[in-house]
Design a protein around this ligand. Structure first.
Ligand code: ZN
Length: 540
């Protein structure tokens, strides 16, 4: 007698169960309550209410997104389209058209312009003035650490020749001392960000719903939101208990100026969200920005920048306060997720985590360093020994214009060629996770996996990959986006692999990954996404 089951059978599939384990012409059964019940040969023993022929294509555990900004991504869609522009003229043309169609908007905003389009990332307010002079215009670069605005916005923000140069930011100036129109890091961008009208709650919940649908299209069922403040939190709470379609963990942003008060506040947010009992929402993490980005010269580096010999970047914290903050948040039972890009910032982050481990009681803390871009060689072993998860955005590990135009000239070839030591960390026993930092870059995991495996840019260069020793195998790259992110999410016992008893978060691809040219990985599409056994995306 064949057992009757209300559930789904995917058969004739190439199944990647987890690291090193492939099954061919296999089937998988999951029940209506979202649990994987059986894995077997092509014609399973269960008779299911739904049967899906995979036609030999690959079935994977669903991906986790280790670092993204869904509301930023969704809001970006609601502003002037500057993200896809390939040159400054195109940005200005798009701005002009948008302003023309939106006479009702007091401010014109655009998010996600490419900072490599102007030499040294220095954009001039007067360029925008030629298109829009009567209304303030505020554009944010893809790094979200840099603002380019027009003269009207500078006037409204009170940024002029006599504005003091902030310690925690940079007002880029002309020869005559007047502000150019490019502002870097909090100390400078706040002049404008503080006066720009805030998105409404409806704009935010729309943005989050839109972004969630995008994640499902990419096969992602869990997301680390890596920058949550009051307004972002309000949108999550508004959608909690029914309105969220992807699992989210919130990274509440620590403010260097008031982190001591935030420890209690964040603990309250954590508890409040636990009490909601929404299986799609947790807030167990604190996001800390240790520094900026290399391409803007704001990442904190041990040796000065080549093009700016007096500068070692702009850390957002003193080492003492960063350590104090990590110790306090860790003591409150919150996971730290530290943006650290330059080798000086990464060392500060590791030192802070080490101190927290020494001074606080032992617990399952899983600290994460996000981006992990330029690591001093002597710090490589510390990730493994301290149990730090290195979160990488694999799409960045390629020689694109951001690298060749901005980063290489700033830090020089020797350091530039040590960026993103993904395989080095893996071989040294570190936990790895992947993410996209969307909307900074494309969120599709297979695009990132393609670069992790090839370390090639879209032209297929260099032939052997950038730093060929840092390439991952396909198996390692898949693991990092599934097992690795499930570990970061504290969900490695229930998700991230395919096994009987695991939750049925699955993706069915349009290709067989066990037999694919690595250069084609980026073009692979997700056909279906299942979350807890429910089909939540289907490409038809
Ligand atoms: Zn980020």
């Amino acid at each position: 007698m064949t057992e009757q089951l209300h559930g789904t059978e995917v058969y004739n599939a190439t199944i990647w169960l987890g690291p090193g384990k492939w099954l061919h012409e296999a089937s998988l059964v999951f029940s209506e309550d979202g649990v994987i019940r059986a894995i077997g040969d092509a014609h399973g023993e269960h008779r299911c209410s739904q049967r899906i022929d995979a036609n030999g294509r690959t079935l994977l555990p669903a991906f986790g997104e280790g670092h993204a900004h869904p509301q930023h991504a969704g809001l970006r869609e609601q502003f002037a389209p500057v993200a896809m522009a390939r040159n400054i003229e195109e940005i200005l043309r798009n701005l002009g058209e948008y302003a023309h169609h939106h006479p009702e908007q007091e401010w014109i905003q655009g998010w996600g312009y490419d900072p490599s389009l102007a030499p040294n990332g220095q954009f001039d307010a007067r360029w925008i003035d030629t298109i829009i002079a009567d209304r303030p215009v505020m554009l944010r670069a893809t790094d979200y650490h840099t603002v380019w605005c027009n003269t009207r916005a500078l006037e409204l923000g009170g940024v002029d020749r006599v504005t003091e140069q902030p310690q925690d930011g940079e007002i880029v100036r002309r020869q005559d001392g007047s502000p150019l129109g490019t502002l870097r890091e909090w100390g400078a961008t706040r002049y404008i960000l503080d006066i720009v009208p805030l998105p409404t709650l409806t704009q935010r919940t729309d943005a989050l719903a839109w972004a969630s649908a995008q994640f499902l299209e990419g096969g992602i069922t869990w997301v680390q939101d890596a920058w949550v403040e009051g307004d972002e939190l309000a949108a999550y709470l508004a959608l909690a208990n029914g309105g969220l379609t992807v699992r989210y963990n919130l990274g509440l942003r620590a403010d260097p100026k008031r982190y001591r008060e935030q420890v209690g506040e964040f603990r309250n947010v954590h508890d409040q969200i636990e009490q909601l009992n929404d299986p799609f929402l947790t807030a167990r993490t604190v996001k800390i920005f240790a520094d900026g980005v290399l391409e803007a010269g704001t990442a904190a580096v041990l040796e000065p920048y080549h093009d700016c010999p007096h500068s070692q970047g702009i850390p957002n914290w003193s080492p003492e306060e960063l350590t104090d903050a990590v110790v306090r948040f860790d003591q409150a039972g919150l996971q730290v997720h530290i943006h650290a890009i330059g080798d000086r910032a990464i060392r500060m982050a590791l030192d802070a985590i080490e101190t927290a481990q020494r001074s606080n009681p032992t617990w399952d803390r899983r600290p994460t360093i996000a981006h992990s871009q330029l690591i001093d060689p002597i710090d490589l072993d510390r990730f493994g020994s301290l149990g730090v998860i290195a979160n990488f955005e694999p799409l960045w590990a390629q020689l694109d214009p951001l690298q060749t135009e901005l980063t290489f000239p700033r830090i020089g070839d020797e350091r530039a060629n040590r960026q993103y030591p993904i395989a080095s960390l893996l071989r040294r026993g570190a936990h790895l996770s992947f993410g996209s930092d969307w909307p900074v870059s494309d969120f599709h995991p297979l695009a990132g996996i393609g670069v992790a495996v090839t370390r090639q840019n879209s032209d297929g260069e260099p032939a052997m990959g950038w730093q060929p020793d840092e390439r991952l195998s396909l198996d390692e790259a898949l693991s990092t986006y599934t097992v690795g992110t499930a570990y970061q999410a504290f969900a490695d016992q229930t998700r991230g692999t395919i096994a009987v008893g695991q939750i049925a978060d699955l993706v069915l691809l349009d290709s067989d990954l066990s037999d694919i040219d690595p250069s084609q990985l980026g073009a692979v599409r997700v056909m279906k996404t299942f979350l807890g056994g429910r089909e939540v995306f289907s490409r038809e």
